[in-house]
Ligand binder design. Structure first.
Ligand code: PHE
Length: 346
């Protein structure tokens, strides 16, 4: 064979293999391993070409040698890139196969949905009705109607995400805004719970998140007293945390309630003896509550001389943390299947 023929044969072969390598896409790890064996391994096509290279005429060695090296590097690159993809897929999805038919995939309810429904059910059995409202709110429903004066420092209690100032649009910082809407729309007696997503400008950490969930409750009727509030919450605690759970109320402050309190339950982990979860106090804070300030009834056209009411609000994540003892809030938002799968039977 002439020098030129030889040169062309080798060049054609290199070009052909390069084409095959560049269009290769492994469907799975086995296919990728086949690729390695066919092209890269000692008995593969590329080392065979290097063996042939020994016979190439000296004057063509430089050009063909460079092409051969490029081919070898490219094959290794294709292999490494695709291997990396399989490995990162494995890390994040374990054995999740999205191509399986739907009924073969195991689904699990999110722990926050489970907790929300359990809490909703307890209050529904007491006659509370679920009420929903917008997540994108205005200042009136989130603050003004709830007795937050314009420059009152109490607004700093809730780090608000403002969307625009005029017209004023913001992300609700609590579902008390739904209570305002229910009072505007309905006549007492009003007995609602407002589950939903809320937003606060907090740095994300194990203990705080800028998105979380609340369930707030409101009961307005003639002669509603603090005793009714206590009894309602006491019933909820016994149903949810068990018969033996104790409660205590500590005086607190919210602009929309007067009298205001925070409610603690006896630590369900150590039974009140003191542990890390209750910071050795024996008590866990679970919600805020109080008697509706007459000003908020007035703001919603309800006569405070005739009606009184109580309100309470709790964080769903907080309750879920106590129930499942998962103390890093971020896990509830990452949707890592390895975390979610643990709730399949819950
Ligand atoms: N809205 C309060 C909060 O988000 C909770 C609360 C509701 C307190 C009702 C008292 C009464 O922190």
């Amino acid at each position: 064979m002439s020098v030129d023929q030889n040169k062309h044969k080798m060049k054609e072969k290199i070009a052909q293999i390069l084409g095959e390598i560049n269009s290769f896409k492994a469907e799975n790890k086995e296919a990728l391993e086949n690729f390695r064996v066919t092209y890269i391994s000692k008995k593969g096509v590329i080392p065979a070409l290097f063996a042939d290279f020994k016979q190439v005429e000296p004057e063509m060695r430089k050009e063909i040698g460079m092409q051969l090296n490029e081919l070898k590097n490219r094959a290794q690159e294709v292999f490494d890139e695709q291997m990396q993809q399989f490995e990162t897929q494995n890390e994040t999805t374990t054995d999740l196969d999205l191509s399986l038919p739907v009924d073969a995939m195991k689904g699990a309810r999110h722990p926050l949905s489970i907790v929300r429904e359990e809490i909703n059910n307890i209050f529904e059995r007491l006659g509370f009705v679920i009420s929903e409202g917008p997540e994108v709110e205005d200042d009136f429903h989130c603050f003004t109607a709830l007795n937050f004066p314009p420059d009152h420092p109490a607004r700093d209690m809730q780090d608000t995400f403002f969307i625009s100032k005029d017209p004023d649009v913001l992300l609700r910082t609590h579902t008390s805004s739904v209570q305002v809407r229910a009072m505007e729309q309905g006549e007492p007696p009003i007995r609602i719970i407002a589950p939903g997503r809320v937003f606060r400008n907090e740095a994300i950490s194990a203990r705080a998140h800028c998105i979380f969930h609340q369930i707030e409750g409101l009961y307005i009727d003639k002669d509603v007293s603090f005793a009714d509030l206590k009894q309602t919450l006491f019933h909820f605690v016994k149903e949810y945390f068990g018969e033996d759970t104790k409660v205590r109320f500590r005086p607190s402050y919210f602009p929309f309630t007067e009298t205001s309190a925070e409610m603690d339950i006896s630590c369900n982990i150590c039974g009140g003896k003191g542990c890390n979860i209750c910071k050795h106090t024996g008590w866990l804070e679970i919600l805020g509550c109080g008697i509706c300030d007459p000003n908020i009834l007035k703001a919603c056209n309800i006569d405070p001389e005739v009606y009184t009411g109580f309100a309470f609000g709790m964080g769903v994540e907080r309750i879920a943390m106590l129930k499942y003892q998962v103390n890093d809030l971020r896990l509830y938002f990452e949707n890592d299947v390895r975390f979610l799968q643990q709730f399949e039977k819950a």
